[in-house]
Design a protein around this ligand. Sequence first.
Ligand SMILES: Cc1cc2nc3c(=O)[nH]c(=O)nc-3n(C[C@H](O)[C@H](O)[C@H](O)COP(=O)(O)O)c2cc1C
Length: 396
Amino acid sequence: MKKVVKKTMLIILLSIGSLIILTFASLLLISGVFEKQEYLEPWEKDYALQFEDPRIQLAAHGLLAGNGHNMQPWMIKLDKENPMVFYLYSDSNRMTGEVDPFSRQMMVTQGAFLEYVKIAGNYLGYPASVELFPQGVFDETDLIKSMQSTPVAKVTLTKASPQQDPLYDYLFMPDTNRSPYKPEQLTMEQVSELEAVSKNTGIIVKIFQDSSNIAKLKTYIMDSVTIEANTDRVMEETEVIFRSNEFKKNQYRYGFSVEGQGTSGIMRHIIQGLVTLFPSMNSGEAATTNFIKSTQTSVDNTAAYAMIFTKDNSRISQVESGMIYSNLVLTAHKLGVVMQPLSQPLEEYPEMNLPYTSIHKDYAMDGSTIQMLLRLGQPTKDVPLSMRQDVMEIIE
Ligand SMILES: Cc1cc2nc3c(=O)[nH]c(=O)nc-3n(C[C@H](O)[C@H](O)[C@H](O)COP(=O)(O)O)c2cc1C
């Protein structure tokens, strides 16, 4: 009798074990465990060098820059007459009109790209001079059409001997770290070096790490994230650009993925498998709860914030602030400091009116505009790289 019970128990255990292994294997397959991560190729250091044209080499560096919603809204037109000139356009097909109704973040993103191009240009021996809006600024009454015909920048390369740029190596690191940060404040030297990145530009970078500002900014961020998390059309805009598995990530190569929350290794496949099978895990109420919870963890583990201010809110100032933002992130990397933009209180859709107005009243002097709000600090963990398109996708 005992023998029969033992045998039955063994069969049950083996069945449960097999079921677990089968479920696990199925999740890995659904996630695309055997897919090559083509969407990470642009991060390889020799990726840009496969192209002969220096303009494409520099664009391949530009697309590693941080950018709103990882939409990578850049379009390059190579000058047919002059092999040392290209034009940067913002790609109106990649707008995120709900969260960024005036395309301000999209312009900051253009600047982030241009700064990467400049740093790569110096390093590769093709210094790049950047002229913003060489044909005049957009016609705001017909923004989409105007974006298609009006370049954000004319970039002219010259030939020079390559320069060692202390920031070059950091182009290949993720710009955004959403993990908790250590409780230590930045040193005064770090603060000075970071605030100095905008020296002589008319743009101001300011770091806040006293307890009163930390508490105040935490409230602004949590209030505005709660508003955003409960604004369905904004959340839905984000949901549709979520790439749930390796197949989708290779197909689109822009937008969000589970890596954005710091998930890597085998957990990446398990979560991707689950989210592919059950999309509701990452939409609707679940997305609202996750967004609020993860931001709470972030702000509870932040000892410093930074803001980038411009004296006006012109298109040129928006792009220039993006250049400063890239410089700030790269300088931070050099100092062992990481960052995460937290844009919600700065967003311009109607529901965000109150936080937007209050934070500007509290922090932006003389009618200036806060172009970026960031948390920064020492990381508690490294985060994975995010998707990037093939550079030829952005060359017209
Ligand atoms: C203008 C701008 C606004 C951004 N806003 C946010 C934000 O509110 N929250 C966030 O977590 N990341 C934000 N980011 C970071 C992007 O999501 C990130 O750069 C993009 O997903 C690519 O990832 P990477 O920076 O790690 O390469 C922003 C970036 C830019 C340039």
